[in-house]
Structures are given as structure tokens and as C-alpha cells.
Design a protein around this ligand. Structure first.
Ligand SMILES: NC(=O)c1ccc[n+]([C@@H]2O[C@H](COP(=O)([O-])OP(=O)(O)OC[C@H]3O[C@@H](n4cnc5c(N)ncnc54)[C@H](OP(=O)(O)O)[C@@H]3O)[C@@H](O)[C@H]2O)c1
Length: 365
């Protein structure tokens, strides 16, 4: 079958290839990325899916950078098939499953923490990370939902209450475009957000757009003093914490919940050598500062990728009913060719995708 394969690290042009002769998985031959065992030997149920569309995310770039192998590289190593979320048609069901049937249109997500195996004509997925997809949602939209929209819904429903004034840091990426909408759906009364994409953010319900290239939100003290934010949600990290939240700015009330979807667009994780110690040390340090310093926000880490029962079904319902819109970066959907997949990865690596980055694998008829 055709598959987008990562043969090495970092260099998109030399190490990403759409190969024509990659082995097609079946339930008898597919290998689990975490254990390296045949999926048929595992307790959980799997499906073989003919893929229609595949979405990528920062996790795909993290693995391709080669500094997170300790956690993310599949047991069988490189080369691996890249891609993390799909929409497709079920071709094979295993006998541990009683819900999915051959011919169902579904969405499915990778098994955390290994974003692999999806950008191919056929893929093997776990039923626990899959859901039936209404035929009215096009595959190029549906494939964006299992990680990014699901995480956005988790964060908004977990932390935002009716009437809240919310500050969202990073509104225009894969998660931010869903999260802006979910924050408003939760009944937030006011949403300020950092982004360079004013028109897009406005269309998603953002009330006050803060272009971080020309304004630092933590310096807007005269505008926001006396109008406290109830929640801050940070998808970016970096100086938002060091120069912003930790600085004692009057923009934030003392001990306001500061919810950070880790690692954040502005953070590169390095798990090689001393890198892992420095990442864990910085997280621990932040927890301590947040706990002990009287004017520091209350730092919280949500479980973005949790899938409570029925979660994916509800996300699909939000899109089907028109409550939530899917935003694709206008450079896509990308073609399922070496040039197309490389362009998609370059855009995701740029950290300036506006909406989701999607590769169309086959026509959705
Ligand atoms: N822990 C979890 O469960 C979980 C789940 C999902 C995602 N995540 C993480 O959440 C983060 C966001 O994911 P994503 O898919 O939304 O990433 P993404 O699509 O790559 O985000 C790109 C966006 O980031 C914006 N951006 C870049 N620098 C910025 C800055 N300094 N200030 C404000 N915005 C900035 C860009 O907007 P401009 O072009 O306007 O600059 C761009 O639209 C990533 O780190 C991801 O790994 C975690």
C-alpha cells in the first residue's frame, strides 16, 4: 500500500517519503507500536481502516525531531508510518469488538504517546480511540476531531463556567480554533485571546484580539484592572508564563487558575541527555512557584487527551449540529504525495498553522 514514512529525523526533504510498497496491515499481521507485539495477542480490540483523510499535529513534529524517542518512538523504531488522527472506512473488525462493523465510517486517534501509523492507505486502530462518524461530516473535517477538538472540549468543559471572563493564549492553531468556540459554548461572557489572525479569531467568537507581536497581554494593566479574568488557558507557554503570569501583573487576579495544555506551541521537549531533567525540573519548579508565591496564578495541567465514555460522539455531534466549525489551514488539504506530506509537515513545524493541517488520502464518496 501507499504510506507516508519517516525514515530519519529532522530533515523533511530527505526523511519523509510516500512509499508505494509498504506492507498493508491486517488484524493478523499488525504490530502494536507500544509493545511491539502482534495486536491479535493483545486484550484490546482493533480495526483495520481504509483511510480517507489524516490530520497531523505538533506531536508528529516532536517525534520527527528525534528528541522524544524515549517516550514516542514505536518499539519497532524507524522507519515508521507518520500521522496521528484519521477518518476512514472500517475494513476488518476483530472478534473482541461488538460495536463497529465493516463499512462504518469512523474517526480514530493514535494510542498515546506514539503519534504513528495513520498516514497510509490502511491503518490499524484501537476501538477505544475510535467512534462512528456521521456521513454528513466530510472526512477532511472529521479527521481533525479525535485529538484537537476532543482536547479543546475537555479543557473548556473542565475549566470554564458560565459567565467567566477567559484569557486564551494561542487562539489560531489546531486546538485554539476549537477551544475558542468551546469556551464561548460553555457560556463565557468575555474571551480575550492572543493571535496574529484577527479575522479568524473574531469569527470564532473572540471579543478582544491581542496581537502578541505588538502587545504584551501582561502590560494591558489599565485595560483589564478591575475586570478580572476568571481563567487563563495557555496553549503556548514560554514567556506567557515567565514574563506574564509569574510577573505579578495586575491583569491577572491573585491565584487565578492558569490552565496549561503541555507542552505548548513555544516549547520543544528534549528527552536526550540532561534535557529530560531540565524539562521535568522546570515543570516541578513551576508547580512550586505557583503553590508558594502569593501573586502567582494557580497552575493546572488538564488531561487533554482523555476520552471519557461518549466524548468523541459528543464532539462529532457538536460538529454535525453546526455548533462547532472545523477550521483547516488554507494551504491544505495536502495531497498524498511525498511533496504534499512534506509541505504539511513543514507547515506544522512552522508553529504558525491556522487551524488543522490535513492530508487527503482518498476521495470521500
Ligand atoms: N496535553 C494534551 O493533552 C494536548 C492535547 C492537544 C494538544 N496539546 C499541545 O497543545 C499545544 C497546541 O497544539 P496545537 O495543535 O493548537 O498547535 P499548533 O496548531 O501548532 O499551533 C499553531 C498556532 O500557534 C500560534 N502561536 C505560535 N506562537 C504563538 C505565540 N507566541 N502566541 C500566540 N499564539 C502563537 C500560531 O498563531 P499565529 O500564527 O497567529 O502566531 C498558530 O496558529 C501543542 O503544544 C500541543 O502539543 C496537548
Amino acid at each position: 500500500m501507499k504510506a507516508a514514512v519517516a525514515t530519519g529525523i529532522e530533515d523533511v526533504d530527505n526523511h519523509i517519503h510516500v512509499k508505494e510498497d509498504w506492507p498493508k496491515p491486517t488484524l493478523a499481521t499488525a504490530i502494536d507500536s507500544k509493545t511491539g507485539k502482534l495486536v491479535s495477542e493483545l486484550k484490546d480490540a482493533h480495526l483495520i481502516v481504509r483511510v480517507l483523510a489524516c490530520a497531523i499535529a505538533p506531536g508528529d513534529c516532536r517525534l520527527f525531531r528525534g528528541k522524544t524517542d524515549m517516550a514516542q518512538l514505536p518499539k519497532y523504531g524507524r522507519p515508521y508510518v507518520l500521522g496521528s488522527d484519521i477518518c476512514g472506512i472500517v475494513m476488518e473488525v476483530d472478534d473482541k469488538n461488538s460495536y463497529f462493523q465493516v463499512g462504518d465510517k469512523i474517526i480514530a486517534r493514535f494510542a498515546e504517546p506514539q503519534p504513528v501509523g495513520m498516514c497510509a492507505e490502511y491503518s490499524c486502530v484501537k476501538t477505544e480511540f475510535s467512534e462512528k462518524c456521521p456521513s454528513s461530516i466530510p472526512a477532511i473535517h472529521a479527521c481533525t476531531l479525535p485529538s484537537s477538538a476532543a482536547a479543546a472540549k475537555n479543557v473548556a468543559e473542565g475549566f470554564v463556567s458560565k459567565g467567566d471572563r477567559v484569557l486564551l493564549l494561542g487562539a489560531s492553531g489546531g486546538v485554539g480554533t476549537f477551544l475558542s468556540q468551546y469556551i464561548k459554548l460553555q457560556g463565557a461572557s468575555f474571551l480575550a485571546a492572543t493571535t496574529t489572525q484577527a479575522k479568524l479569531a473574531e469569527s470564532l467568537g473572540v471579543d478582544r484580539i491581542i496581537d502578541y507581536r505588538t502587545e504584551n497581554w501582561w502590560e494591558l494593566e489599565s485595560e483589564f484592572q478591575g475586570k478580572p479574568f476568571d481563567k487563563v488557558i495557555d496553549l503556548v507557554n514560554g514567556e506567557n508564563w515567565t514574563r506574564g503570569a509569574r510577573s505579578g501583573t495586575k491583569v491577572l487576579p491573585k491565584k487565578v487558575p492558569y490552565v496549561q495544555l503541555i507542552p505548548g506551541v513555544g516549547t520543544e521537549i528534549n528527552m536526550t541527555g540532561l534535557g529530560i531533567g531540565s524539562f521535568l525540573g522546570s515543570m516541578l519548579g513551576r508547580k512550586l512557584v505557583s503553590k508558594c508565591h502569593p501573586s502567582c496564578p494557580k497552575w493546572e495541567i488538564p488531561q487533554g487527551l482523555d476520552l471519557p465514555p461518549g466524548h468523541l460522539k459528543k464532539v462529532l455531534g457538536d460538529v454535525e449540529s453546526g455548533k462547532v466549525r472545523v477550521i483547516l489551514d488554507s494551504a491544505g488539504p495536502f495531497q498524498f504525495t511525498s511533496a504534499g506530506v512534506r509541505a504539511a509537515m513543514r507547515l506544522q513545524q512552522s508553529k504558525h498553522a491556522h487551524g488543522k493541517v490535513v492530508i487527503e488520502i482518498a476521495k470521500d464518496e
